[in-house]
Design a protein around this ligand. Structure first.
Ligand code: NDP
Length: 295
């Protein structure tokens, strides 16, 4: 019996902070890594650690079946792969660039037409979380490709959550997280702006902000069950109470001289719920408004 083991290998295209962190994770685990990036100098430190910089996209694609894409968006993918499309045959593109579900579906069709497989990824952590066992990436697309390359995927993040064959699903799950992330972080910035206008620092309110954020999962679980049962009864909260409360928030911010765009947008949604006759319902009844785009 031979004791020789085959070295695992992968190609990484795109060396922003994420692609660099992924390459580092692969090198740390002994992978042979072939790289390509529009700006070749971004590969210097990784080449010094043993990665190989391919002289062309075609050669980067030829080096491995599993090709990780970590680009700004899907438009960048067409810019990079379009001129090298004949080299795509037989490749599995693990696309960890973020974009919309529709763009992911279109990319899966474009890739299939060129004889390659597209596995959509939605990575939920910043560069510091890449390669960590508890970090999570959503995937969707052909199950066979996901199973075959699972070892590679689990170097990127320890947890891989396969959502189904529809290539849009992983992008959708990514966007579900991002709509919460951006709005939550802006609510934190708003609190800091309000604190600073009143002589407090970000550090002064850190514990209170953390406690407030930590209280949210309890609300998520409570309302998820009711919402899925179509129950918006105002037994523990009424939209009219929420309207009064968000008006206090709006005026506290206005009185402090800080920008009110964010609380005004929230107050606007509450007002539309009141006008739609939901005053006595739970504020979860705002979903009736949010589920329909304004005409
Ligand atoms: P960056 O935008 O910093 O870099 C991505 C790469 O895209 C670079 O290698 C850049 O090349 C390349 N690129 C962009 N446009 C083109 C183009 N038109 N043609 C060729 N190459 C192009 O992204 P990040 O590394 O921060 O992130 C990568 C992806 O991961 C993004 O989709 C991002 O949304 C997602 N993501 C990022 C997180 C983060 O915290 N950074 C967290 C989770 C997901 P060049 O070096 O030549 O500029």
């Amino acid at each position: 019996m031979s004791s020789k083991t085959t070295q695992q290998s992968v190609t990484v295209i795109g060396l922003g902070p994420m692609g660099q962190a992924m390459t580092t994770a692969f090198l740390d685990r002994g992978y042979a890594v072939t790289l390509w990036n529009r700006t070749p100098s971004r590969a210097d430190a990784l080449v010094a650690r043993g990665a190989t910089l391919a002289p062309s996209v075609e050669e980067a694609l030829a080096a491995n079946e599993a090709v990780i894409l970590s680009l700004t968006d899907y438009a960048a993918m067409y810019d990079v792969l379009g001129p090298a499309e004949t080299a795509l045959t037989g490749r599995v593109l693990v696309n960890l660039s973020s974009d919309t579900p529709e763009k992911a579906r279109a990319a899966a069709r474009w890739t299939a037409e060129r004889g390659a497989v597209h596995l959509t990824g939605g990575i939920t952590v910043p560069p510091s979380g890449v390669g960590q066992p508890e970090s999570l990436t959503f995937y969707s697309g052909p199950r066979e490709a996901f199973d075959k390359h699972r070892d590679v995927l689990e170097v990127v993040t320890g947890r891989s959550d396969y959502r189904g064959e529809d290539p849009g699903l992983a992008a959708l799950f990514y966007q579900l997280g991002m709509v919460m992330f951006w709005t939550s972080m802006l609510s934190y910035w708003q609190a800091i702006a309000l604190a600073k206008a009143n002589g407090l620092t970000a550090a002064d309110i850190l514990q209170h902000a953390t406690d407030t954020a930590n209280s949210l999962p309890g609300f998520f679980a409570f309302y998820a069950e009711r919402i899925d049962a179509g129950n918006h009864v105002g037994d523990v909260d009424r939209l009219a109470m929420g309207m009064a409360s968000i008006d206090h928030v709006l005026h506290t911010n206005a009185d402090s001289g800080v920008d009110t765009a964010l609380p005004a947008a929230v107050a606007g949604l509450f007002r539309r719920g009141m006008e739609a006759g939901h005053a006595a319902d739970s504020f979860s009844s705002l979903l009736d408004i949010m589920q329909k785009a304004e005409a």
